[in-house]
Design a protein around this ligand. Structure first.
Ligand code: ZN
Length: 238
């Protein structure tokens, strides 16, 4: 049954503009996940990743945070059920699932590789939201086909460019990419063009991304970009 681009039920006013990106994920399940407190953070001005030394985070008008979802085993199971349907529908063959060592991604990937009897490999992930520089768990063998995963592609470069490049550095061959939620920025468009049907997302979240130097809200002078880390604890509300 095709239901793409169907708008989510207005379970909460702040969830109204989220789109369903998967044809197969049951709508009632997605609506339950979106409505959990602390998942879809809107109404403010946010910085992601958090500025760390000379690495400056982008400014955003929304955040999507998966930890309140992935602390529940049943919710993780729903997500992996739908990723498995996509894998089967698209005949995606892979030896390794490669993801940042970020708690919600680790939780989903571990369930996926357990079911599919595949390997997991995790790249260093810093608490500020930046990628690190090395593999911290698992391995990729030369020539392994790699399914790249991230929980949320806020602006898309993670699954369009950066994680595939890390996998290649390790000798792997990226063959597909999956995220639970993708944003709407240029990086997401580029990832969609790169992967086509080999890019999975359950949801598409409207997220306006600005470079700090050219952020209109900040230039207007009445906004401060609050680091996303203020919102990553489960259940916190914007
Ligand atoms: Zn700003």
């Amino acid at each position: 049954m095709r239901q793409s681009n169907k708008t989510a039920v207005k379970a909460k006013s702040k969830a109204k503009s989220i789109q369903f990106a998967s044809d197969t994920f049951p709508a009632d399940q997605l609506n339950e996940l979106i409505a959990l407190p602390g998942v879809h953070v809107t109404g403010g001005h946010y910085q992601f990743p958090e500025t760390d030394g000379n690495r400056v985070g982008n400014h955003m008008d929304a955040l999507f945070i998966l930890e309140p979802i992935t602390e529940n085993d049943e919710y993780v199971s729903w997500i992996v059920d739908d990723i498995e349907l996509w894998i089967e529908d698209n005949n995606i063959g892979f030896e390794v699932v490669f993801a940042p060592a970020q708690p919600s991604a680790v939780r989903i990937v571990q369930e996926l590789v357990k079911r599919r009897k595949k390997k997991a490999a995790f790249w260093q992930y810093l608490p500020t939201g930046w990628f690190g520089e090395k593999l911290v768990e698992g391995s990729i063998n030369n020539g392994d086909r790699v399914l790249v995963f991230n929980s949320v592609a806020q602006h898309g470069r993670c699954v369009g460019e950066r994680l595939p490049a890390f996998a290649e550095q390790l000798g792997g061959k990226p063959v597909a990419a999956a995220v639970f939620a993708k944003g709407t920025g240029n990086g997401v468009v580029a990832a969609e063009e790169r992967w086509g049907e080999k890019l999975y997302a359950a949801l598409q979240i409207p997220i306006e991304v600005s470079l700090p130097d050219s952020c209109t809200k900040c230039k207007e002078g009445n906004a401060t970009a609050v680091p996303w880390t203020h919102f990553k604890e489960a259940g916190s509300e914007a």
